[in-house]
Design a protein around this ligand. Structure first.
Ligand SMILES: [Zn+2]
Length: 125
């Protein structure tokens, strides 16, 4: 474990707990804002990596036909349903979320969150 003796943002000496990195939440958010501006590719890479992981997980479980899984199962592997590439609404108003060619529909069954997995079809364009 690393110990910081001065604030990472303003360089002021830190008092109290020695594992603190910033003097206050203001310095912390100012530091994070600065880091984000200096390294914009970090956000791009983060999103890119999550999309790749999501696609890999969906692909692994999408064995064709109609697959219904517990959402928990995918989340345990690192799946994050907030990172998608596009969506498709069917005639019934169900919204399928897609990560490239692999899609999923959120569904509640017996009070448990589930995903119905599908693959992108030409008629969805
Ligand atoms: Zn500070």
């Amino acid at each position: 474990m690393r110990f910081y003796k001065t604030c990472l943002y303003c360089d002021k000496e830190l008092i109290g707990r020695t594992d603190k990195k910033f003097c206050d939440p203001q310095c912390k958010s100012a530091y994070q804002y600065q880091q984000g501006k200096e390294h914009p590719e970090r956000f791009y890479n983060k999103v890119d990596n999550q999309l790749k992981l999501n696609r890999k997980i969906l692909k692994e479980y999408n064995k064709g036909g109609k697959v219904i899984l517990r959402a928990e199962l995918l989340k345990e592997q690192g799946f994050n349903p907030n990172f998608i590439t596009h969506y498709w609404k069917n005639g019934k108003g169900d919204t399928y979320l897609f990560v490239y060619e692999y899609g999923f529909l959120k569904k509640r069954e017996n009070n448990k969150e589930k995903y119905v997995l599908i693959k992108w079809q030409e008629y969805m364009e």
